[in-house]
Design a protein around this ligand. Sequence first.
Ligand SMILES: *Cc1c(COP(=O)(O)O)cnc(C)c1O
Length: 359
Amino acid sequence: MALYIHPDIQSLNPYVPGKPVDELQRELGLDRVIKLASNENPVGPSPKAVAALAEEHASLHRYPDGGGYRLRHAIADRWKVGSDQVILGNGSDEILGLLARAFLAPGDEAVMADHTFVIYKMEVTAAHGKPVTVPLVDWTHDLDAMARAITPRTRLLFVCNPNNPTGTMVDADAVSRLMDRVSQDIVVVFDEAYFEYVRDPQFPDSIRYVKEGRNAIVLRTFSKIYGLAGLRIGYGITTPEIAGILNRIRPPFNANSLAQRAALAALGDDDHVANSRAVNVAGMEQVGRGLRELGFEPIPSEANFLYFDVKRDGRRVFESLLREGVIVRHIEGTMLRVTIGQAEDNTVFLHALKRVLTV
Ligand SMILES: *Cc1c(COP(=O)(O)O)cnc(C)c1O
């Protein structure tokens, strides 16, 4: 008998992650591979986090603290919320899945941008919900149009801020107008994976809405500026009610003990964050200038990556760059996304791109 597969699941394609360095080295026999594909921190992890890991080794036979006590309290102190308002995830990706499962009945709608983090669509569909996509305007979320896309079936609304893959942000005024129009039967998800990189002072204080008792959740992660992507840990700040709902379906040991311990140390490592920001500012400048010299116009970015139109088949440019040992991300059509690296890697990328374009 044939396996029954729900049509929603059948409609999904496996997530394609950035190509791992080892894999490309094996395939092409290259000595040097530069990965600028997954918005990882080129500085590496916080040294304090790495040191803290060692302290956890002797306890690895124990299950993690399922309640994540120390880390949740540290996050709560940092953002001046109650510890019952913090939920930990196996990456913030996992919290996106919990939200979809918790709030969507079959056919319920989730409003999102048409050009944003692909996990939203995947999780909503896997939960048998219906993604409702709203076109970006100037590569930016159109929050007014997103508010208009709300129907009686809408349960979730995703704001990726800054947006991946475009790097653009929506400001405090736009978010305030949105929140004036969204009713309390909808959960607004502010996915702020790149929050610590943002420089624009108009960036919204989205945690404010949580503190006001609005049905909202702010997602942050240790995978980006904190440099702990391999450990898989992120968090959400929300109302005690929503945290309680998510906790009903959260796998009990979703945040592992190494991740909890390293995240706690990374959260207190302000020097690492400041240094990582500075490296990104300088790299952003360097790569932006380099791309403009090659005739491209990268979209102004508040994150740690640049999105640009290569004005030719993006897949072919992506593949040619792979043969040069440089991994970037082909998003669609003529658009590529490149993560800002350390100066030397940025130079290698720009030279490789130049070579690829002239052959
Ligand atoms: C990287 C990223 C995340 C988080 O990833 P995790 O590693 O699962 O914490 C979430 N949202 C966006 C938009 C991202 O780019």
